[in-house]
Design a protein around this ligand. Structure first.
Ligand code: HEC
Length: 254
């Protein structure tokens, strides 16, 4: 019976349960939004909806047969320009992205009309400034995937941000009473291990496309441990007390 006095999720007051649940729900929605966002950024890298190994290879290792500009124009930037103009840009890239042709063939105008509203220095978005020819020319070169500087930026944001999320999700889950201690510790530490695997494999994929599978494995396993902690915590807060309550009531009724 000493067990019952231990700090556990089941016996917390309604206020703390509301706090924990609110946090878990918001974080779960955030997770879903991240999955949606991945579809729009990396998911479209191969020109088709849905995240695939190819998408990850193209995003990190690059599509070594083409340019970043072309890849994006077939991906997430596909709808930004009318079809004819989009093909004109791609055609210009194929012909060597010549500066003279850039101005003479109206490519500058296509960029000005369709792209610079977002792609300018003062937009505040972390995206290239298309008002400068040099920036465009650079992206028209062979695509070698994510740059080391963008990898470093995205990596540190993910490490700090996700570690923070799993700190609280893990803290809540650590109060679950129905999970054996060893399993609990494993589940709590798993997201951190998979986060490191996931992010290291971005860098490794930049060097060798075969590591794309490791990106999917790391990300998937992290999501699984998140889902496990989420479901168990919610179950222990809201369903378990009712089950116990019902059986106690049933006993009292007898
Ligand atoms: C509505 C705003 C908007 C417009 C208009 C827009 N873009 Fe983008 N663009 C973005 C955002 C946001 C990103 C970053 C997310 C992504 O990569 O999908 C981006 C990323 C890109 C990238 C990848 C940048 C990199 O770091 O390598 C390229 C290339 C690109 N856009 C090309 C274009 C071209 C060409 C046009 C015009 C035909 C265009 N964009 C119009 C918002 C826009």
């Amino acid at each position: 019976m000493a067990q019952a006095h231990k700090l556990n999720l089941c016996s917390q007051g309604i206020a703390l349960k509301a706090l924990f649940s609110g946090y878990l729900i918001v974080v779960a929605i955030g997770y879903l939004m991240a999955v949606v966002q991945i579809q729009f950024t990396h998911g479209m890298a191969d020109g088709e909806m849905g995240l695939s190994v190819d998408d990850i290879v193209y995003s990190y290792y690059g599509k070594r047969s083409g340019s970043a500009l072309e890849a994006k124009l077939n991906g997430s930037m596909k709808l930004m320009a009318p079809e004819a103009d989009r093909l004109k840009i791609i055609n210009w890239v194929h012909k060597g992205a010549d500066e003279q042709a850039f101005y003479d063939n109206g490519i500058r105008k296509i960029f000005d009309t369709n792209c610079v509203s977002c792609h300018n220095a003062s937009s505040g978005l972390p995206i290239p400034d298309w008002t400068k020819f040099e920036t465009i020319a650079k992206r028209a070169e062979t695509d070698t995937g994510a740059s080391f500087s963008s990898l470093a930026r995205v990596s540190h944001i993910h490490l700090f941000g996700i570690a923070f999320i799993f700190m609280f999700v893990g803290l809540i889950f650590s109060l679950a009473a129905g999970v054996p201690k060893v399993l609990k510790s494993v589940v709590i530490v798993m997201p951190y291990i998979f986060l490191i695997i996931d992010i290291s494999s971005w860098w490794l994929t930049k060097l060798n496309p075969n590591f794309a599978y490791l990106v999917i494995f790391g990300g998937g396993a992290m999501a699984l441990s998140f889902a496990f902690m989420w479901i168990v915590s919610m179950y222990e807060m809201w369903i378990m007390p009712r089950l116990h309550h019902d059986s106690r009531d049933a006993l009292l009724d007898e």
